[in-house]
Design a protein around this ligand. Structure first.
Ligand code: F6P
Length: 329
């Protein structure tokens, strides 16, 4: 693809795990592209659809009344075929046949890894937009979907607390985050939980035992621990087994939130972030910015080369741990 040539036709796609705000982002991409007289197609089913040529033409009306919807109207996938050279060659042929000048990839770090390999092999242009409820992508302060998922988890904790308090019970709430503690940390802080276990630190069971026993001695009427699914403790049921050993006479309930966190109507923050990043992606392409990710840092749009994007971990420092301990007494 000739990078100096004027962009006339683009595609938009969603890839990897869905996140609330994808539709708001698709809408912003499509509308901004059309506003700038570009032709737009949607690639359905992520990289799988790129390989099979699952393209649909899109116009301003194709994205009417979707800003408030969870999921993705374009569908998504985690493509094994795209990890192979043959799969990527098939995708390249479909892109050429469709006459696409650039692709707006709304994805996570796995999708961006795929795009990096693809751009090294073939003459294709991408612009990435970061989305993941795990919020673990570098070079942006926040990813599309995190805020909504965080609120979903916080509301679940609030509800669990009602019943935990009524019956004076202990609950373990497991949230998503295979490698990331962002939801656990954010929802735990917002939900006022007694302990937060994240993959970025080793669970300090000695401290946990103290926190729980002290809490009960002070006649707390409920105790809630939030744990990220990827925490090395092994998740909600494993943590419950350990807690049961410390406090054998107590009821210890487990609530696994799972995919509930990926769904639902996006929050205002996610809709606005998705709209701003979608708009900026097209502006970026028109300014010849390709093979970059558009992110938001300190409330300003920024572009970072795709090959610099990495998985980003929650920075657990001593101040943060101190704050969590102080607030849970
Ligand atoms: O999108 C990231 C994530 O939410 C992880 O936290 C979780 O482990 C994973 O997706 C689940 O993915 P899938 O829906 O493919 O099982």
């Amino acid at each position: 693809m000739n990078r100096t040539k004027k962009i006339k036709k683009i595609a938009v796609m969603t890839s990897g795990g869905d996140a609330p705000g994808l539709n708001a982002c698709i809408r912003a991409v499509v509308r901004t592209a059309i506003y700038n007289q570009l032709q737009v197609v949607g690639i359905q089913h992520g990289f799988e659809g790129m390989i099979s040529g699952d393209f649909i033409p899109m116009n301003a009306n194709s994205v009417s009344n979707i800003i408030q919807l969870g999921g993705t109207i374009l569908k998504s996938s985690r493509s094994e075929q795209f990890k192979t050279k043959e799969g990527r060659l098939m995708a390249y042929e479909k892109i050429k046949k469709e006459g696409l000048d650039a692709i707006v990839l709304i994805g996570g770090d796995g999708s961006f890894e795929g795009a990096k390999v693809f751009t090294n092999e073939h003459d294709v242009s991408f612009i990435g937009i970061p989305k993941t409820i795990d919020n673990d992508i570098s070079d942006t302060d926040v990813c599309i979907g995190y805020d909504t998922a965080l609120n979903t988890a916080m509301q679940a904790i609030d509800k669990i607390r009602d019943t935990a308090q009524s019956h004076e019970r202990i609950f373990i709430v497991e949230v998503m985050g295979r490698d990331s503690g962002y939801i656990a940390y954010g929802a735990g802080l917002a939900g006022g939980t007694e302990a937060i276990l994240v993959p970025e630190t080793k669970a300090d069971y000695c401290n946990l035992e103290q926190v729980l026993k002290k809490g009960w001695d002070r006649i707390k009427s409920s105790l809630i621990i939030v744990v990220a699914e990827g925490d090395e403790s092994g998740g909600g049921f494993k943590v419950a087994e350990t807690v049961k050993k410390y406090m054998p006479s107590h009821y210890v309930g487990v609530c696994i939130l799972g995919h509930i966190q990926r769904g639902g109507s996006p929050s205002a923050a996610d809709r606005n972030l998705a709209s701003k990043l979608g708009y900026a992606a097209i502006e970026g392409l028109l300014a010849d910015k390709t093979n970059v990710m558009v992110g938001m840092k300190l409330n300003a749009i920024c572009f970072t080369p795709l090959n610099q994007i990495k998985r980003h971990h929650l920075d657990i420092n001593t101040n943060l741990l101190k704050m969590i301990t102080a607030l849970s007494i």
